[in-house]
Design a protein around this ligand. Structure first.
Ligand SMILES: CC(C)[C@H](C(=O)O)[C@@H](O)C(=O)O
Ligand code: SF4
Length: 467
């Protein structure tokens, strides 16, 4: 065994290199492969054309999420393109013997929600999916990243991909988070500090007290947003919180296999004195509830602050002005008090049970504002069941909200959940690009607390006044 101090990332990476290529990418072994309806059909077509089988069908897991409606899921899907994609996923999975959680399957939900909650995602694994937010699974101490459709085909046929090793960055945050400050705020804060391309070329390890104290749901939220700072992925060393979350999950190891796995998982941490290519250090006390005001996730601020000027930001002036013009905002304006039309609680960033608990803790005993259309979309059927079991649905109903059925929904508006042109949405998702939530839609990214505060007041509101 090597005595050189090693990072968590190197430990997991090096254990998966099948072959090193001189001056080229590594041939990299993949433990778990997730697929959804958008990026898999062309990969399966490639297999068919080459007459190649799926090498290890039991290592690939399919779920339908992007194109699925969030009401009346028992009825046939109306949109022909969506219906075709969903059918292709089902047929391809059946043809190659791949596990498939389609609409109405009790395990169905957003790929990055269902993988972890069923114990498929485990520490020390390499995990890929034809989807950028695959970084979510890094919360378990896995190396997880998004791949393109041609690589999906490669993984299906060989369980390997060609992958250059990224550089390593560690982001350390010490101290304790203040009232109303959530993992989403931590991630939006980091992105606002380093910009949406600040971690390009790196794989990030999040470390320090803030992440050690965080729940698995919170860690998933943070790792999910790694991609929005440009990183290849993000990870957090597994610990007792991770093991407790996984223990008893359907696909987690059981009995003696659990003990063996646990012994290995406990070795998965960065050694003291291991070095990174870049290190950033922040303090929890400096992080307030955040909100974005522009058209990339880096254009965010503490909710109590005013929208910065181009000079404050060091941003290219014309692109910044264009971004604010799209949003209908002006430099130097206060963000609190801005009118909101839509509230979206959901997505692979904030569609987990903890997010619904946070949202309901604010709307409890209050009423939805009349000007707000709210879409509350659980990340999976398991989350939906928990919402019902914990009495959260009753709180939401009492406050004038409806619960929808699981899927990506308004996060990218590939189904009917589209925010109309010019309207403002406070959204717990991860992208605020032009038109992301529907043509002409305007997105303000924020935490479930901020979303709830907007949902009951109708305007951007500091959630701390309700906590
Ligand atoms: C459709 C899919 C390829 C896409 C992604 O890769 O991220 C989507 O999930 C998104 O969030 O924009
Ligand atoms: S919820 Fe949004 S970010 Fe996540 S996979 Fe679906 S579309 Fe992509």
């Amino acid at each position: 065994m090597s005595t050189t101090p090693t990072t968590l990332f190197d430990k997991v990476w090096d254990a998966h290199v099948v072959k090193k290529i001189e001056d080229g990418p590594d041939v990299f072994y993949i433990d778990r492969h997730f697929i959804h309806e958008v990026t898999s059909p062309v990969a399966f077509l490639g297999l068919k054309n080459r007459g190649v089988p799926v090498l290890f069908p039991e290592k690939t897991f399919a779920t339908a999420d992007h194109n699925t409606p969030t009401i009346n899921q028992h009825l046939p899907v109306q949109d022909p393109l969506s219906a075709n994609q969903l059918k292709a996923l089902e047929d391809n999975s059946a043809k190659y013997g791949i596990s498939h959680w389609g609409l109405n399957n009790p395990k169905n939900g957003i790929v990055h929600v269902v993988g972890p909650e069923n114990g498929i995602t485990q520490p020390g694994m390499t995990i890929v999916c034809g989807d950028s937010h695959t970084s979510t699974h890094g919360a378990f101490g896995a190396i997880a990243f998004g791949i393109g459709t041609s690589e999906v085909e490669m993984v299906l046929s060989s369980q390997c991909i060609m992958q250059p090793k990224p550089k390593k960055m560690r982001i350390l945050i010490d101290g304790k988070l203040g009232k109303g400050v959530t993992p989403k705020d931590v991630a939006l804060f980091i992105i606002s500090q380093i910009t949406a391309s600040g971690a390009t070329g790196y794989f990030v390890e999040y470390a320090g007290e803030v992440f050690e104290q965080m729940s698995m749901e919170g860690r998933m939220t943070v790792c999910n947003l790694s991609i929005e700072m440009g990183a290849r992925g993000g990870m957090i060393a597994p610990d007792e919180t991770t093991f407790a979350y996984l223990n008893g999950k359907e696909k987690a190891p059981k009995g003696a296999a659990w003990e063996t796995a646990l012994a290995y998982w406990k070795t998965l941490k960065t050694d003291a004195d291991a070095t990174f290519d870049k290190e950033l250090h922040y303090h929890a006390a400096d992080i307030e509830p955040q909100i974005t005001y522009g058209t990339n996730p880096g254009l965010g601020t503490a909710i109590t602050k005013n929208i910065p000027t181009a000079a404050d930001l060091n941003e290219g002036e014309s692109s910044y002005k264009k971004s604010l013009a799209y949003m209908g905002f002006a430099e130097g304006e206060q963000i609190i008090g801005k009118k909101v039309d839509y509230v979206f609680l959901g997505s692979c960033t904030n569609g987990r049970i903890e997010d619904f608990r946070a949202f309901s803790s604010i709307v409890k005993g209050r009423k939805k504002a009349d000007n707000i259309t709210a879409w509350l979309v659980p990340g999976s059927h398991i989350v939906e069941s928990q919402i019902k079991e914990e009495g959260i649905l009753d709180i939401l109903t009492e406050a004038g909200f409806q619960l929808r059925q699981p899927g990506c929904s308004a996060c990218l508006a590939m189904n009917d959940d589209k925010v109309p042109a010019g309207k403002y949405a406070v959204s717990t998702s991860n992208r605020n690009f032009e038109g992301r939530q529907g043509p002409g839609s305007r997105t303000l990214l924020a935490s479930p607390y901020v979303a709830a505060a907007a949902a009951v007041t109708g305007v951007v509101t500091d959630p701390r006044e309700f906590l």
